[in-house]
Design a protein around this ligand. Structure first.
Ligand code: EPU
Length: 425
């Protein structure tokens, strides 16, 4: 298994280019299934999750492949199966994004129920409620969600216990564009990845208004066509590099980082005494002093993203003072705490609130990555820690960060990927 070996303590300096967004491209790939001609998607990151989605699309009968380095071609012409099996869904929850397009276009979808996951329970009730409102008859059979029927427009409230749902909004939006009549989605998620999806669908011939708001209106159309499209930059990857500059007291220009996607993070960094400057085509982060502590509450967009919570916690673990981070989206997403504490952090958990007593520095240690963003938090911890850290199970990080070790090395970090036996637990 691959391990990262990191020698911490080097301030990162230079420029890094952010790749296309994982959470934007996955639903776009599913949307391409609804066209009656091929789509070309550009700026696609070569990530494990993207390859998993290519496998799913091909298993449905589509032809999906990289035709150039970051260019994906998806031909939906020969789709002849409407099922995403357990083996695929268990690898990647975003597989559920085929549910809306398959139901919308073919009136039939069978998708394995995703199970629990290391970041906490992740139910699918909002997806099902939305599809029912569009005329789907839903049954759960042998661990599979089965949706059947003739899609018709409807008025749908998509709010849930933890606010809006990103992939449920994506699914219902995709099903609604080919449904007969008008659909109104209230309490739609507003994450930038959904704005990208709505634009992609409109370019395919859909009629969606209210983009980037909580209320989406959709006039159903009878057909969609393939298009060429370039995916937005990954705001979570951008935020992770911004935090890597902050934690190492470096100076990094993050090319393609979009201010309008990252205001919540920028605000907290500035309050912590870090310089954050909008420049042409990106954001520069410069840090010369130990950061000040902060109070963070994760929330849906435009709030502070849960996908940057672990990385922010790594920064706060070396801040001057006591920080408080409350997780409102996934109240159990704290697997990184015990590993950061093994590096010398002083973090305790009260319910879904972490209290972080800043220490002056961390010390390198072997640690275990538990999920994608937790691993990014551990990498940041290792970058500032004195001495060597070993990060096991980096396959988690490969799901969502393209060539992270190369990008960090180019900024001066001492990081190598090696194959190594995992310690037994
Ligand atoms: N929820 C429900 N019922 C549902 C769906 C969601 O109660 O039917 C709850 C969830 O349990 C959670 C909250 O609603 O408490 C928000 O979950 P959401 O559905 O928005 O999450 P998601 O769509 O499954 C996407 C991203 C996640 C990101 C979240 C929140 C993709 C492919 N995944 O997940 O990304 O954390 O939105 O922003 O877009 C990651 O990239 O590491 C990642 C986990």
């Amino acid at each position: 298994m691959d391990v990262f070996k990191i020698q911490g303590g080097v301030p990162l300096k230079g420029e890094v280019t952010v790749s296309g967004s994982k959470n934007a491209v996955l639903p776009l790939m599913c949307a391409a299934l609804m066209g009656d001609s091929p789509s070309i998607i550009r700026n696609v990151p070569r990530l494990r999750d993207v390859f998993s989605m290519i496998e799913i699309l091909n298993s449905l009968g589509a032809e999906a492949e990289f035709i150039e380095d970051s260019v994906l071609r998806i031909d939906p012409y020969s789709v002849n199966k409407y099922e995403a099996p357990y083996e695929q869904v268990k690898k990647m929850r975003a597989s559920i994004c085929v549910l809306g397009p398959l139901f919308g276009k073919f009136g039939e979808a069978r998708v394995s129920m995703p199970g629990g996951c290391v970041i906490g329970p992740r139910p699918v009730d909002i997806h099902l409620k939305g599809l029912k409102a569009l005329g789907a008859e839903i049954t759960i059979e042998h661990g599979y969600i089965v949706a059947k029927g003739k899609p018709v427009g409807g008025e749908i409230f998509l709010g849930g216990r933890f606010g809006s749902s990103v992939t449920a909004t994506a699914n219902i939006l995709m099903a609604a564009v080919l449904a007969k009549g008008r659909t109104i989605i209230e309490s739609a998620a507003m994450e930038p990845e959904l704005g990208d999806l709505a634009q992609f669908l409109n370019r395919m011939g859909a009629k969606i208004t209210g983009l980037h708001s909580h209320v989406l209106q959709i006039e159903g159309v009878s057909r969609l066509h393939g298009i060429e499209y370039s995916v937005i930059a990954d705001r979570i990857e951008a935020g992770t590099f911004m935090l890597s500059a902050a934690i190492t007291q470096g100076d990094v220009f993050v090319r393609n980082a979009q201010v309008r996607h990252l205001r919540a993070l920028m605000d907290k960094l500035i309050l912590s005494g870090i310089q954050v400057n909008e420049e042409k085509d990106g954001i520069r982060v410069v840090s010369e002093l130990r950061p000040k502590s902060a109070e963070i509450i994760t929330f849906s967009f435009p709030g502070f993203p849960t996908d940057l919570q672990a990385q922010m916690m790594a920064l706060m673990s070396v801040a001057d003072g006591i920080s408080v981070i409350t997780e409102k989206i996934y109240p159990e997403r704290f697997m990184h705490i015990s590993e950061l504490n093994r590096m010398g952090a002083e973090i305790s958990l009260e319910g879904s609130t972490a209290v972080i007593k800043g220490v002056s520095t961390l010390s390198g240690a072997p640690v275990m990555a538990s999920d994608l963003r937790a691993s990014a938090g551990l990498v940041l911890g290792a970058l500032v820690a004195k001495g060597e850290s070993l990060i096991y199970r980096v396959y988690h990080i490969d799901r969502g960060y393209e060539q992270i070790e190369k990008k960090l090395s180019d900024l001066g970090a001492v990081i190598i990927r090696e194959k190594e036996e995992e310690p037994s637990v």
